[in-house]
Design a protein around this ligand. Structure first.
Ligand code: SF4
Length: 211
């Protein structure tokens, strides 16, 4: 039996891409010879939707409000027309909230074809010289430093979700209690840098905090 693999392009909305593929296959099937059929044997997006469904079902079963489930949608030029659909998906799944988020681009100065043209969903704006700059005025402040953090799959505590490669490790919950890490020197130093010269920190220069 021949198998066809379909991969979404980077940053595509995988759930919507999977829906589109299934729709296209259903249309094509109408022109198949009678002895030809197809099966979708692996759909990696189901892990996301089924996982959410399972958590929602367990919450109902146990009569608890936690965990709070937030479905986040990264708005790009290629998917900005799907915001209504994602809100509907969130409602169907029974999540607590659906959040529309702006996308971060590492090399934004010369623009990027995925920057949305709906102004409020774009972090960057074009300047008179044709180059782009971040809209944020980058105040020496970061609310998140006192409100939350990210713990990676292997227990490393990093300051926020912008630290995608875990470059700023504050400590590991494998080695120390979280409360100690939260108040340790690494954290204090990092917070101090933000309060004194945030613009000096590459990661914090390309961030929406304070926008
Ligand atoms: S990247 Fe943004 S959210 Fe993360 S620590 Fe820096 S200012 Fe705060």
């Amino acid at each position: 039996m021949p198998t066809i693999g379909i991969e979404a392009v980077p940053k595509a909305n995988a759930i919507e891409a999977a829906k589109g593929v299934k729709r296209a296959l259903a249309e094509l099937k109408e022109r198949f010879p009678s002895d030809l059929d197809y099966q979708v044997t692996i759909d990696t997006t189901r892990a996301v939707t089924e996982g959410i469904r399972e958590i929602v079902a367990q919450k109902k079963l146990k009569g608890t409000k936690n965990p709070f489930i937030e479905l986040q949608f990264l708005v790009l030029k290629s998917n900005q027309h799907q915001m209504k659909e994602i809100k509907k998906l969130g409602k169907d799944l029974g999540v607590n909230s659906v959040t529309l988020k702006t996308a971060q681009f590492y090399d934004f100065e010369k623009g990027n074809p995925q920057i949305p043209d709906i102004n409020r969903f774009a972090r960057y704006k074009k300047t008179n010289n044709g180059l782009y700059k971040i809209k944020n005025r980058l105040p020496n402040h970061c609310f998140r430093m006192w409100r939350g953090c990210v713990i990676t799959w292997d227990g490393q505590v990093v300051p926020c979700c912008f630290d995608k490669d875990a470059l700023f490790i504050m400590g590991s919950v494998e080695d120390s209690p979280f409360a100690d890490i939260w108040a340790n020197k690494n954290y204090s130093r990092f917070r101090w840098k933000i309060l004194h010269n945030r613009k000096n920190m590459g990661m914090c220069r390309n961030c929406t905090e304070g926008m």
